[in-house]
Design a protein around this ligand. Structure first.
Ligand code: HOZ
Length: 427
């Protein structure tokens, strides 16, 4: 595969940007080789600077549920560009996007726009602590809620990819009130809540974990979080940055029929532009400045370009038929990958909820981060490289998820499965 231009650009980037990237996982360190530099995207495809084309299952790590350059989003951005790019003052677009979210997520009465998933979860934690007057936060090993100090404890995604326990630069005092338990550990959670529940400000969870590979909640797990937080007056925070508007029209909370107190969004809600958001009941959100005294701010929060992209995206997603199509395509992909592994007698566990998917090279079911870490990471690396050279772009880490867009065709899916069959022959 020709990569000389990518290699040249990567060398130049490394002289100026740590690791040559603006976010660690895309350096491809854990899967060997070097990142390809992208020239453009269109529909389901990425095209790199050396002319290689790829069927894209990263989709900018989830935001591009309509695919690259969907006409609805491009048209909305062109319209805003006729009036400006940012004003630092309210616009009707912010209210329009807020209304779309409130209409699609019944647990959300009010919502605050920010610029990333990290900002959304960081603000949600501060809100939970301000609303309850308590300090303790419970999270779950392998969940990644962005890189805010208080949440970089036993985190997934890039922290897991790089194999680092947390991060230097975070004082022990800052994380002493962050307690982390194994994902799906109902007994451990209920024991901890029995001991400390009345001191717990909030419990934050990825309702479907997507940053340790894709790991689904066991039956009763989310229900236990809801029951015990309500019992002890703690705030239940669903980090739906990845699952929001991805696993279904009502997000994961609609899929599992659980009502959190605060929801965090990102990725899809921005349609490819930088948007994060957090929302919940009015009683809780009224604690946020300027109404309440829990402070959070952002120069580019509610940026009109980002709002327009989010509005255009969610407007398409209001149609139930869209989710049926996304689910059908993703099911076709996952079924095909599983059949390919079974025929090649390669132990592989696959799964999807809506158009969020994942796979592990293992014969055991994966219920938590420890299970995920014991999967065959060498085989993942070989599969990743085998798929890349065959024109299929997967997340360069076992500890990420895959995504399908509305732009993916049956032919794309079938081509992917053929590539997987060929790549598995080399495993
Ligand atoms: N948080 C991103 C995926 N879950 C990581 C993206 C990157 O490091 O490039």
């Amino acid at each position: 595969m020709e990569t000389s231009k990518s290699n040249m650009l990567f060398n130049a980037a490394q002289a100026l940007i740590p690791g040559g990237v603006n976010s660690p996982v895309r350096a491809c360190g854990s899967v060997g080789g070097q990142p390809v530099f992208i020239e453009r995207g269109d529909k389901s495809r990425l095209y790199d600077v050396d002319g290689n084309a790829y069927i894209d299952y990263v989709l900018s790590w989830g935001p591009l549920i309509l695919g690259h350059r969907p006409p609805e989003v491009i048209k909305a951005l062109e319209k805003v560009l006729e009036t400006g790019t940012s004003f630092g003052a309210p616009t009707a677009l912010e209210t329009e996007l807020a209304q779309l979210v409130v209409d699609m997520v019944p647990s959300v009465d009010m919502i605050r726009m920010v610029n990333s998933g990290t900002e959304a979860t960081m603000s949600a934690i501060r809100l939970a602590r301000g609303y309850t007057g308590r300090d303790i936060i419970i999270k779950f090993d392998g969940c990644y809620h962005g890189h805010a100090d208080t949440l970089l404890v036993a985190a997934g995604s890039g922290v897991a990819t790089l194999g680092i326990p947390g991060s230097p630069g975070i004082p022990e005092a800052v994380i002493s009130n962050t307690l982390s338990l194994p994902y799906n550990d109902i007994e451990g959670f209920e024991k901890l809540m029995a001991q400390k529940g009345d001191q717990v400000a909030g419990v934050i969870i990825e309702p479907v974990a997507g940053n340790m590979g894709m790991v689904s909640p066991r039956e009763g797990f989310l229900e236990s979080l809801r029951e015990k937080t309500a019992q002890h007056g703690s705030v239940l925070i669903f980090d739906e940055v990845m699952t929001g508007f991805r696993v279904g029209k009502g997000s994961a909370q609609g899929y599992f029929n659980i009502t959190p107190d605060i929801s965090c969004f990102g990725k899809v809600i921005g349609g490819g532009l930088p948007v994060g958001a957090y929302g919940g009941r009015k009683e809780v959100m009224d604690q946020i400045a300027p109404v309440g005294s829990v402070y959070q701010a952002g120069t580019l929060s509610g940026n009109p370009l980002a709002m327009a992209a989010g509005i255009a995206t969610l407007t398409v997603l209001k149609d139930d038929a869209v989710y049926a199509e996304l689910d059908r395509k993703t099911h076709r992909l996952i079924q095909g990958l599983q059949a390919a592994a079974d025929d090649a007698k390669i132990p592989m566990k696959t799964g999807h909820i809506g158009s969020m998917a994942g796979f592990f090279f293992t014969e055991k079911d994966v219920y938590n981060f420890e299970d995920a870490k014991t999967c065959d990471l060498d085989r993942f690396t070989k599969f990743y490289q085998g798929m890349l050279t065959r024109g299929v772009y997967l997340a360069p880490s076992q500890f990420e998820a895959c995504f399908v867009s509305l732009a993916h065709t049956n032919e794309d899916i079938d081509t992917t499965i053929e590539a997987a069959r060929a790549a598995m022959a080399d495993l």
